[in-house]
Each structure stands twice: as structure tokens, then as C-alpha cells.
Design a protein around this ligand. Structure first.
Ligand code: SF4
Length: 319
């Protein structure tokens, strides 16, 4: 997928609340190919260094923030179309975003924690959210399909080390998928691992949205089991993410349609949310959606009894 925008929002992100959503890539770039991924086809598993992109990145961010401000924004969240730590320009991007004086957060799949340079770079972020789905190599190979060798027990080791050395907020994100990592023995192992890591918060996530490999959420009993066990030793620090975030809060947007396509590319959006969004701009919801579908910009995808509006490029790769 190709995307020529580097910032959008703010959105109400499930973990951090009101954030600007920062994307540092123009092509989907990831060293994983998770079955539950929402992004459709991954174009690259590495990112070349090219200053041209950095110049455009900074220009776009600067213009956007100058226009819409930072009032009540909780963080600038780097959660791009891929794995952000593969970007050789990440140190420059971090330095640039920090110049705005508000927390900078990053969402990573954790695969590069064993690289000392990345390990130390992550320590400079205010909030780091790390994916931690399993302790089993066969599950990571089957569910996350890394293009490099990833040993989850090594990831676990580096996570505990990172927690000891890191002064910011560490959030773990566990994606539970039916039939892959939701067996009771695996849940028990994950509970012990989370206990040892002791993050500021842990989010139990599920593939409640359309995704590449048809990954499905586990049964409610499994979610209740892990949630109840974790909250015993981490009260108020465990949350289940099985809902769609309110996707929109900026009513002053110049081009609401372009913004709609950016947000719905990076975050799942239901048809109801899309209608609410259009109403904010006094657009007729049915007509606007109909026109976007006709133009080929978006498609409707049904998943688990809900209808989602997805950018057309994505939908075609997922169907
Ligand atoms: S879900 Fe995240 S880590 Fe997995 S393939 Fe998609 S972008 Fe990469």
C-alpha cells in the first residue's frame, strides 16, 4: 500500500486517548506479515534512507500542527503503515517530534529490541507500546510470519531488560487470536511473563476488524480468564481492546474526505463511525459514502457482523 500522508487526526486512540497519528512510511514496510494485520499487502521489509522523505515529513507535520494546534493532544503517536523501528531516520524523526514539547509515543512489534541501537533509541521515547503475542516460536512463525529470525524467548528477555532500564511508560499489547495463542497453557505462560516484565499497562487486543488472514477473536471465556488473572496482580493496569476507537475529533479539518481516507487506512472504521464522521461536517452520510465507493476510494467489508469502511487498496488485498 502507498500512502502520501505523514500525519492525521487527532483520533481517540484506545490506549493513549487523544493523539495525532504519525506515519513515517510511504509504502507498507514491515518485517512481519501478521495474519491479523489490517494493512493488506506489505510492500517492503526494510526502509532505505532518503532525505527527500524526511524533508516532506517535517514540512507536512509542521504545517498540520501550525494549522490545528496541540491543545489537549496527549501525544504524537508513531504508529505507521508498518514497523517504525526499521526506519534508519527514526532518531532524526524522534528529535524533530520532541521539539513540539509533548510526549512522543511509538508502537513497535518488538522484533528489533535485540539491536542495541534500537534498544537505546526506544529509551528516549516517552511512551513505548510493544507487541508481545506469544512465547512460542512456532506460534510467532505461523501467526506473525517474520521475514527475519525472531525468537520470542529472546524478545521476552529484552523486554524484561528494557523495563529495568527504561524510565518512560511501557505498555504491552497482546493480540489474542483464536486457535493460535489462546490455549490455557499458553495464556498461563503469558501471564507469568507479563508479571515478570511488570509493564505500566497491558492491553489485551483481539482481531475484531477485517484482516489479512481471517484471524478471529478468542472466545469470551479466554479473554475473561487472562483479564481476571492479570488484574489480580496488576489492578487498574489491564484493559481489553475489543472495540473501535472514536475515530474523529477535529472539526476544523480543511479537507475532511482526504482526512477520512487517511484515518480509515490506519484504523478500522465501522460504517456507523463513518456516518458520524460525515455528519460532523454537515455531509449527507449515505450520499458521501455512496460517492466514495463509486469513485473507488473505499469499499464496505463485513466482518463478524459489523460493516467496515476500508480504503479500496486495502479492501482488495483483504477480500
Ligand atoms: S500487524 Fe503490525 S507487525 Fe504485524 S504485519 Fe501488520 S504492521 Fe507488521
Amino acid at each position: 500500500m502507498i500512502l502520501n500522508r505523514f500525519i492525521g487526526g487527532p483520533i481517540l486512540e484506545p490506549r493513549l486517548k487523544k493523539v495525532y497519528l504519525i506515519n513515517n512510511y510511504e509504502y507498507t514496510t514491515c518485517n512481519f506479515m501478521c495474519k491479523y494485520c489490517y494493512l493488506g499487502r506489505i510492500f517492503k521489509d526494510s526502509c532505505p534512507s532518503y532525505l527527500d522523505r524526511l524533508t516532506r515529513f517535517e514540512k507536512q507535520i509542521e504545517e498540520y500542527i501550525r494549522k490545528y494546534g496541540l491543545r489537549s493532544i496527549k501525544a504524537l503517536l508513531i504508529s505507521p503503515i508498518g514497523e517504525p523501528t526499521l526506519d534508519p531516520e527514526l532518531p532524526t524523526i524522534l528529535k524533530y517530534l520532541k521539539s513540539y514539547g509533548i510526549p512522543v509515543a511509538l508502537y513497535t512489534n518488538g522484533s528489533t529490541l535485540s539491536n542495541n541501537h534500537i534498544f537505546n533509541l526506544l529509551k528516549q521515547f516517552d511512551i513505548v507500546m510493544i507487541k508481545f503475542d506469544t512465547l512460542r516460536k512456532d506460534v510467532i512463525d505461523d501467526l506473525n510470519k517474520p521475514s527475519i529470525r525472531v525468537d520470542p524467548t529472546e524478545v521476552y528477555y529484552h523486554l524484561t531488560r528494557f523495563r529495568r532500564e527504561y524510565r518512560g511508560k511501557l505498555y504491552l499489547d497482546i493480540m489474542l487470536v483464536e486457535g493460535y495463542n489462546d490455549h490455557i497453557e499458553d495464556l498461563n505462560d503469558m501471564i507469568s511473563a507479563v508479571k515478570a516484565i511488570n509493564p505500566n499497562k497491558v492491553f489485551i487486543n483481539t482481531p475484531y476488524y477485517p484482516n489479512r488472514g481471517g484471524a478471529r477473536p478468542p472466545k469470551t471465556e479466554k479473554l475473561t480468564y487472562i483479564y481476571t488473572r492479570l488484574t489480580k496482580f496488576m489492578p487498574n493496569r489491564v484493559e481489553i481492546v475489543d472495540y473501535i476507537p472514536e475515530s474523529y475529533v477535529n472539526k476544523k479539518m480543511d479537507d475532511p474526505i482526504e482526512e477520512f481516507i487517511y484515518i480509515s487506512t490506519l484504523y478500522p472504521m465501522t460504517k456507523e463511525d463513518a456516518y458520524k464522521y460525515f455528519k460532523l461536517f454537515n455531509l449527507n452520510p449515505e450520499e458521501t459514502l455512496h460517492d466514495l465507493i463509486k469513485l473507488g476510494d473505499v469499499e464496505i467489508v463485513t466482518w463478524l457482523d459489523r460493516e467496515y469502511v476500508m480504503s479500496n487498496t486495502l479492501a482488495r488485498k483483504l477480500l
